[in-house]
Write a protein that binds this ligand. Structure first.
Ligand SMILES: Cc1ncc(COP(=O)(O)O)c(C=O)c1O
Length: 474
């Protein structure tokens, strides 16, 4: 047994670190060792419990109602509000869209109005549920253009969406105007606060200027907030709140159309581990309201220092003053953000490149955790070195022949041979191991993807994922 655990630890050593504050995407670290310890024990204690049937596992129901109640309190929910724990932000978004669609069986061709910056989870929901996304360009400040959003609402609109904040730029959409217009037309309005929902209420309590976005705003019908982000819970929990039980009802699924137990689910999963919920419950009660206030104070102070520090590097610019804990920066022509990201990884800092999109240049995304707040000076030191290295290296040059090859690819008909051809053209080994080993030296690949239009990026990365996920046979 020890051998198996030792093997697990050895494999895990190759992953980006979950703790220590040096990973600025994917993971959120409170820096509180005791909260992590309690959460780990809670997950382990409930790993085998099954949320399929709340009557068989009443403790899971008790924890769910408790966590939803705490979330209601945080987000100014009225006494009519209800909520559901899901597996993550994407599931919360999927269910918000599915519920909105199924509440309007009279609409033959349902549509949802999205700011162009809405999370990709809405595109996934569109794909799964056949709800057409109506994308509305954002303003120069990267916030949803409220007037244009309002103008896009029509009879077949079943949902209007705003983010608090958006992932890519970290700014809050004008929720009040958007929600009011949706309410006037009798349309649901979902606020995607998956990443900001557990920080912004504390930011407001700390006296920061946070525009209204919670259930305090008339017309907001549902809100998603992830516990596995800024509630610093282990992975696997988000909360989807609805203003009333009636609004939530279409989300529930029951089937007695078979000879076994009547399936009765509030979420997309049926059998689901009690581990994530127990981990979240334990985290919320260990950190507590005062603890979250303090963590928010730390992380927001860290963001201010980070923004000042980044702005002091001549080639870099923060693309939008952050409303929360997310920062995106771009670079001028003297260097390349993709090279900067690789250089940061070599220094033991994990940051996330974002490809160019529309009029937005490529950027580096940083989700700051409380654990990183005390390390900002160290981060900036590493960033200074990374920028110098990137200036030395110059912008990534994609071979013109390869660039032409990429531009000529048709995403609709991309074949395995095309993908092989591309790998050969860039001199890469297409085996799963070869592709996995790329992590940390991605600048050339990112520069190549950056040349491709979104549909081709999707096709290329799908081919990439297909190659990565091949069974290990003995
Ligand atoms: C605003 C927003 N919505 C939805 C999601 C999707 O969440 P998850 O990755 O937990 O599925 C994210 C993830 O970062 C997010 O930032």
């Amino acid at each position: 047994m020890t051998d198996v655990l030792a093997r697990l630890r050895a494999m895990q050593a190759g992953d980006v670190p979950v703790h220590g504050g040096r990973t600025l995407a994917y993971v959120y670290d409170s820096g509180l060792a005791e909260a992590d310890r309690v959460a780990r024990e809670a997950v382990a204690a409930y790993a085998g419990s099954n949320g399929l049937d709340p009557t068989a596992f009443p403790s899971l129901l008790e924890m769910e109602n408790d966590v939803v109640g705490m979330t209601c309190d945080l987000l100014d929910a009225p006494s009519t509000a209800v909520g559901t724990i899901t597996s993550g932000g994407t599931e919360s978004v999927l269910l918000a869209v599915q519920g909105a669609r199924d509440a309007r069986p009279d609409v033959e061709h349902p549509r949802m109005v999205l700011p162009a910056t809405a999370h990709a989870a809405f595109h996934k929901a569109a794909h799964y549920f056949g709800v057409e996304p109506v994308l509305v360009d954002v303003g120069p400040d990267f916030r949803a253009d409220a007037e244009a959003m309002v103008g896009a609402i029509e009879d077949s609109t079943v949902l209007v969406v705003a983010s608090a904040p958006s992932y890519a730029h970290g700014v809050i959409d004008p929720v009040a105007t958007i929600a009011a217009a949706a309410a006037e037309r009798g349309v649901r309005c979902h606020v995607d606060a998956c990443i900001g929902g557990w920080v912004l209420p504390y930011a407001a309590r700390l006296g920061r200027d946070v525009p209204a976005w919670t259930f305090d705003v008339e017309g907001v019908t549902s809100i998603s907030v992830d516990l596995h982000k800024y509630a610093y819970a282990p992975k696997g929990t988000s909360v989807l709140l609805h203003r009333t039980a009636e609004l939530r009802r279409p989300q529930f699924f029951a089937s007695a159309a078979w000879p076994g137990y009547t399936m009765l689910n509030s979420t997309m999963q049926s059998t689901k581990s009690g581990g994530p919920l127990a981990g979240a419950w334990a985290t919320l009660h260990t950190i507590g309201d005062a603890g979250y206030l303090e963590l928010a104070r730390q992380v927001l102070a860290g963001v201010e220092r980070l923004v000042d520090g980044i702005s002091a590097f001549a080639p870099l610019r923060v693309v939008a003053p952050p409303d929360s804990t997310l920062v995106a920066f771009a670079a001028d022509d003297s260097c390349d953000v993709f090279t900067i990201a690789d250089a940061m990884a070599r220094e033991g800092w994990w940051v996330q490149p974002q490809l160019s999109f529309g009029r937005q240049p490529p950027t580096v995304h940083l989700s700051l955790s409380a654990a990183t707040a005390g390390l900002v000076e160290e981060f900036l030191g590493a960033l200074g070195k990374a920028v110098a290295a990137a200036i030395d290296a110059g912008p990534v040059a994609v071979d013109p022949g390869v660039a032409d090859f990429v531009r000529a690819l048709d995403p609709a008909t991309l074949t395995d041979e095309d993908f092989e051809g591309l790998l050969a053209a860039v001199g890469m080994n297409g085996s799963a191991d070869g592709l996995a080993a790329l992590s940390g030296s991605m600048a050339e690949i990112n520069a190549l993807l950056d040349l491709a239009a979104p549909a081709l990026r999707e096709a290329l990365l799908t081919a990439f994922l297909d190659r990565l996920t091949r069974p290990t046979r003995r």
